[in-house]
Design a protein around this ligand. Structure first.
Ligand SMILES: [Fe+2]
Length: 198
């Protein structure tokens, strides 16, 4: 990724009650390991850590305890089920906001139940949810319908952040292809991308 031009990373490892029961401590421990490995390998990048919180009871408890890993100005990255529409999303968004956090929805283009209802996106923006779209979604890595949803968000100027969502080398190959295709220029035409403010 450094060869692609990345020099600064905010990693967001999953926190999900049943699959990735991460805590601030476990994430910071791994961050130390990663920083040491980067130093040993002489790769000149900086790395910080937050988390991508899955919307479950664990997350709601962490919000109320004000125990979330944030990035930028108290931003919290969260995600939900791809197939089951969330219950009481408005309530969770306002609980986040009441506790001083700004919610950033990870890959809004990947929730299948939003594809037929683009007005859901407008409603979320309306209540103050920021959107982070995956660059690989715009490149068509996941599916045609995910790509179309990402393009809808792009057309409306609803994208606030771009994410790599890189989990493995295949994702980096796709990212490289999409970046070389000039996607950043295309997105920044009518979206105010805030990555540089972080
Ligand atoms: Fe995710």
């Amino acid at each position: 990724m450094h060869q692609l031009g990345y020099t600064r990373f905010i990693t967001t490892p999953h926190t999900m009650m049943h699959r990735y029961p991460n805590t601030q401590e476990s994430i910071f421990r791994s961050l130390d390991t990663l920083r040491n490995a980067l130093e040993t390998a002489h790769i000149p990048v900086t790395v910080e850590a937050a988390s991508e919180y899955y919307l479950d009871e664990h997350f709601i408890r962490f919000i109320k305890e004000k125990n979330l890993l944030t990035f930028g100005n108290n931003l919290v990255l969260f995600e939900m089920s791809y197939v089951m529409p969330p219950v009481e999303l408005d309530m969770i968004v306002s609980t986040l906001q009441d506790n001083g956090y700004t919610p950033v929805l990870a890959h809004p283009e990947r929730y299948l139940y939003f594809h037929a209802n683009p007005e859901s996106y407008a409603a979320l923006k309306q209540i103050g949810v920021l959107f982070q779209v995956n660059i690989n979604s715009l490149g068509g890595y996941y599916s045609k319908s995910v790509q179309n949803a990402a393009k809808t968000l792009m057309k409306h100027g609803w994208i606030d952040y771009l994410g790599s969502d890189v989990h493995h080398f295949k994702h980096i190959d796709a990212l490289s292809t999409t970046l070389k295709g000039g996607i950043i220029d295309e997105v920044t035409k009518n979206n105010t991308i805030r990555n540089n403010l972080l």
